[in-house]
Design a protein around this ligand. Sequence first.
Ligand SMILES: NC(=O)c1ccc[n+]([C@@H]2O[C@H](COP(=O)([O-])OP(=O)(O)OC[C@H]3O[C@@H](n4cnc5c(N)ncnc54)[C@H](OP(=O)(O)O)[C@@H]3O)[C@@H](O)[C@H]2O)c1
Length: 262
Amino acid sequence: MKILVTGARGFVGARIMAALEGAEAVPSLQGLGEDDVLRLIDAAEPDVIVHTAAISDIPTCEKNPEASFHANVEIPVWLAKAGVKCVLFSTDQVYSGCESEGPYREEETCPANVYAAHKLEMEQRVLKINDRSVLLRATWMYDMPMYGVPNRDNFLISMLRKPEVSFSSTQHRAVTYVREVAEWMNKAITLPGGIYNYGSENRLTMKETAAWLKEELSLPVAIREAGPRHNLWMDCSRIRAQGIRFADTTGGLRQCIKDYSL
Ligand SMILES: NC(=O)c1ccc[n+]([C@@H]2O[C@H](COP(=O)([O-])OP(=O)(O)OC[C@H]3O[C@@H](n4cnc5c(N)ncnc54)[C@H](OP(=O)(O)O)[C@@H]3O)[C@@H](O)[C@H]2O)c1
């Protein structure tokens, strides 16, 4: 099976390239128009497209909504128009304005920033064009740096390297080991079309999660209170019912600690 991966040199894409059999990198889509994207896909004749390319930094999207719209809505919509099965990354930020406590099921969305609003619009438009499309709502992901891949600020690296971090003692959200996200892709590409919360669940608040990791690794980092934040935690029962079972947040962190002998 020929699987094209967009954003193949990015944080998630590079791990998917390593974990997914048959994966081939797509050249950068940055700045391309609809015809260019469709030509590129037609020429490659893939069976599946895994789309990770995006502008995923929330402040960048707030400052430049046009660029966010192009990257986070238009490009994925054009990929869906190619008529090939697409597996596309979305985000738990679609829950960022939800009033209820959570954990959130896929139907309960309320995006509170430009990035989240564009991702939600992308999900809806892509599914309308091609109902075989699989939309994966990912949590904040972490890993140690990977050789040759630009490193992203992430929960684990912050905890290991910063003298001080700030997390809320009221915010519920999960963080997920990105290698698990990549390893489940072999199964994710076979999912029926639809939207799936795709990552770890977490019963702890972010401050409790940070305190757990500090204790586990005897880290010197100081953990400050960040004040109340909106919850982002997801109910992942839909993806579990499809046989994709992530470790919970502390279980994923334990696995990462073991993998890297931290
Ligand atoms: N990282 C997280 O914790 C996280 C959390 C939730 C959801 N997500 C979602 O997961 C997916 C992968 O995230 P990531 O962390 O791997 O992203 P990333 O490393 O920031 O970027 C992935 C790739 O996107 C492409 N890209 C950058 N700017 C672009 C633009 N203006 N137009 C088109 N493509 C552009 C680049 O690939 P090229 O060099 O090939 O252009 C880049 O390597 C994204 O859809 C993101 O929204 C990530």
